[in-house]
Write a protein that binds this ligand. Structure first.
Ligand code: GN1
Ligand code: MG
Length: 365
C-alpha cells in the first residue's frame, strides 16, 4: 500500500524526497494521507471518493480557483490567516489518475496547527465564527458562475426527501422498524424544512461562493487557539449563505459530537451560539442583506434536519455513502441530529434574538 501511495505522491511536483506516508484522520468520505519529506515541507495526499464525487475534475477546478482567490485576498488584506495550496502533477494537471481510475490531489500540510472535534471554550467558538465568516468575505469577489455546482442539489431538502423516500421503498423491514421514530420525524417536519429551498428558488437570497462543509474539524487553529485556516475545499460551490452558517452552528454549538448517543442531553449551547454569531458577524455584518440575516436561524434548523435526513437515508440504504464504524452508526447520527433540531426549535426565540443582536438587524437600512 505504501509503495502505491509513494508512486502516486511522486507524480506531483514537490521537489523533495518522500520520507513517510501515514493515514490522517479525516472526514467520512475521502482517504487522506500525510506525506513527510527530507525537507521541512510536508504534504496532504488525498484520494477523492468517486462514488460521492461524480465530477472530480470540476471539483478540483473549484478547489484550485477558490484556494487561489482566498490566498490572493489574504495577501492583499494582510490578514494573519492561511489558505491551502494545491500542487501540480508532472502531467500538468492538479491531479493524478491512478490505475484504478481514482483521482488524487496534493496540498500543503500546515504545520503546528490543531483541530478540535469538540470546542473547549467560547473563545474557540468565536474564532471559528470569525474564520468561517471571513471565508464568505474572502470569496465575495468571485462571480458564482465561475464555480460549478459539482454536487447538484447538495443541500436541497426536496432532493434529499426524494432520496429518502426511494431508500424507504427499498429498505429492509428490520432497518425500517429500527428507524421508525426517525422516519416519522422526517415526515412530520418536511414542509417547514422545505421553506428555505422555496425562498432560494424565488431568488430571495444572493448566491455566494460557500464552503458547504463548515464543521469544526475543517478549521485549523494555531497553538494559541486562534483561527488559522479553513480546510477541506471539496464542496466549495455556489450556494446561499444559510447552510454554511447553519452547518457550523450544528457542529460547533452542539454540546456533543454528531455521533454521541446520549440523545436526551443533546442541546444547542446558547452561549456558544452567541459567541459564534459575534465572530461570524465580524466580516459578514455589512455584507449580508437584512433578509439573509433574518433567515439565518431557519438555516440552522434546516441544515441540521438535512444532515439527520442524509444519515437516516444512508442507514436505510445499508450504509453506502458515509464511512461507519458499527451497524447502527448512521442511525445514531440521525437520532443525534434530530435531537439537536428539537433543541433548536425549543430555543427558537432566544436564537432569533441573539442573531438579530449580533448582526445588528435593526440598524441595517
Ligand atoms: C461529509 O467527509 P466529510 O466529513 O468532509 C459530508 C458532509 C457532511 C459531513 C458530516 C461530500 O463530510 O456533507 O456534513 O460528512 N460530505 C459530503 O460529518 O457528503
Ligand atoms: Mg468535506
Amino acid at each position: 500500500m505504501v509503495e502505491k501511495l509513494e508512486a502516486i505522491a511522486n507524480q506531483f511536483c514537490i521537489n523533495a524526497t518522500i520520507k513517510s506516508i501515514s493515514t490522517l484522520q479525516s472526514g467520512h468520505i475521502n482517504d487522506t494521507y500525510l506525506v513527510t519529506t527530507n525537507t521541512s515541507d510536508s504534504f496532504v495526499l488525498q484520494k477523492l471518493n468517486s462514488y460521492v464525487f461524480k465530477d472530480v475534475i470540476g471539483l478540483i477546478d473549484n478547489k484550485i480557483k477558490v484556494a487561489q482567490l482566498i490566498s490572493k485576498n489574504i495577501e492583499s488584506k494582510h490578514l494573519n490567516i492561511l489558505s491551502t495550496q494545491f500542487y501540480k502533477a508532472k502531467n500538468g494537471n492538479f491531479y493524478v489518475k491512478g490505475d484504478d481510475n481514482e483521482y488524487w490531489n496534493l496540498q500543503n500540510y500546515i504545520p503546528n496547527a490543531i483541530t478540535f472535534d469538540k470546542v473547549p471554550n467560547t473563545e474557540v467558538v468565536f474564532e471559528a465564527g470569525k474564520l468561517y465568516g471571513s471565508f464568505i468575505a474572502l470569496t465575495n469577489n468571485a462571480t458564482a458562475l465561475e464555480i460549478k455546482e459539482t454536487l447538484k442539489d447538495f443541500h436541497s431538502v426536496p432532493f434529499r426527501l426524494e432520496q429518502f423516500k426511494e431508500a424507504l421503498e427499498n429498505a429492509s423491514q428490520a432497518r425500517k422498524e429500527e428507524a421508525q421514530k426517525e422516519i416519522d420525524f422526517v415526515l412530520e417536519h418536511q414542509l417547514e424544512m422545505s421553506k428555505i429551498d422555496a425562498l432560494k428558488n424565488a431568488n430571495t437570497f444572493p448566491i455566494r461562493i460557500t464552503h458547504n462543509d463548515t464543521k469544526l474539524s475543517n478549521i485549523l487553529f494555531d497553538k494559541c487557539n486562534k483561527g488559522l485556516a479553513v480546510i477541506d475545499l471539496d464542496t466549495v460551490m455556489p450556494e446561499i449563505v444559510h447552510f454554511d452558517f447553519g452547518d457550523s452552528v450544528r457542529s460547533i454549538c452542539s454540546n456533543a459530537e454528531e455521533d454521541n448517543d446520549d440523545f436526551e442531553s443533546l442541546e444547542i449551547q446558547l452561549d456558544y451560539y452567541k459567541a459564534y454569531c459575534k465572530g461570524y458577524a465580524k466580516s459578514t455584518k455589512k455584507l449580508l442583506s437584512k433578509t439573509e440575516i433574518k433567515y439565518l436561524p431557519l438555516g440552522v434548523k434546516t441544515i441540521i434536519y438535512i444532515m439527520g435526513l442524509r444519515f437516516l437515508t444512508d442507514f436505510l440504504n445499508n450504509d453506502k455513502y458515509y464511512k461507519t464504524k458499527y451497524a447502527t452508526h448512521n442511525l445514531v447520527r440521525a437520532k443525534n441530529q434530530f435531537a439537536l433540531v428539537n433543541s433548536v426549535i425549543k430555543n427558537n426565540s432566544e436564537i432569533t434574538a441573539i442573531t438579530n443582536n449580533a448582526f445588528g438587524l435593526e440598524d441595517i437600512s
